[in-house]
Design a protein around this ligand. Structure first.
Ligand code: 2DT
Length: 218
């Protein structure tokens, strides 16, 4: 038999406000995909391990102040430095499950006064586009019942409310262009959220066959 083109991996994003359970669910999805025999890996942004990531980390921990637009560009640069790796993994058939991406970039930055959604989107245009965005939705009030926010710069109730509203607006904006958002009710038991996500993840992995890797916001 002639081998067809190698099956590529799916690019699946987890987005949401702090304490929505993204990191837990992203790791659980990687495990369940692996158990089902798929190649899958976990990735997160910001990647605080690179030199740019160190600068972002200092900003988030309030040890350094960086101009709002400048730090926005650093977050974007932190994705561009991983771009070729993401493409290589996807082409090699590995599904990439990513905890935050450019949608967090826009939702957090555009929640600050004076930064428009359009300006915030520009530096991320052309990055690999996701095959699915899982938006783990929870009210900030319910998220805070899971424990107080930490000490980092953005972990403030009012700001998180604005961020959630910005995420929901981004989701609406994308509807016209057919971007595959999936809103998940994140105010439930870990296990039932996991079951729902596992079904979605498995079907996305099957659907990407023969589909090109898209280009974000372009
Ligand atoms: P974690 O708690 O997930 O490490 O996130 N953020 C993230 C931005 O402002 N812009 C971005 O592009 C990304 C990816 C969200 C750390 C904080 O960084 C914010 C929370």
């Amino acid at each position: 038999a002639t081998a067809g083109p190698a099956k590529r991996g799916a690019f699946i994003l987890f987005e949401g406000v702090d304490r929505c359970g993204k990191t837990t669910q992203a790791n659980l999805l990687v495990e369940s995909l692996k158990q089902a025999g798929h190649d899958a890996c976990f990735m997160r942004f910001p990647d605080r391990t690179t030199p740019i990531g160190h600068m972002i980390n200092g900003f988030l921990r309030n040890t350094t102040d960086i101009d709002d637009r400048c730090v926005h560009l650093l977050f974007s640069a932190n994705r561009w430095e991983a771009e070729s790796k993401i493409r290589e993994l996807l082409k090699a058939g590995t599904t990439v499950v990513c905890d935050r991406y450019a949608y967090s970039g826009v939702a957090f930055s555009a929640s600050k006064p004076g930064l428009s959604v359009r300006w915030c989107k520009d530096p991320d245009r052309g990055l690999p586009a996701p095959d699915k965005i899982l938006f783990l939705d929870i009210s900030v009030e319910d998220a805070m019942k899971r424990g107080q926010f930490g000490e980092e710069r953005y972990e403030k109730e009012e700001f998180q409310r604005t961020v959630r509203a910005t995420f929901l607006a981004l989701m609406e904006e994308d509807k016209a262009s057919g971007v595959a958002w999936q809103l998940i009710d994140a105010n439930r038991e870990i296990g039932s959220i996991q079951d729902e996500i596992q079904k979605i993840g498995t079907s996305v992995v099957g659907e990407v066959e023969g589909k090109e890797i898209g280009s974000l916001w372009s």
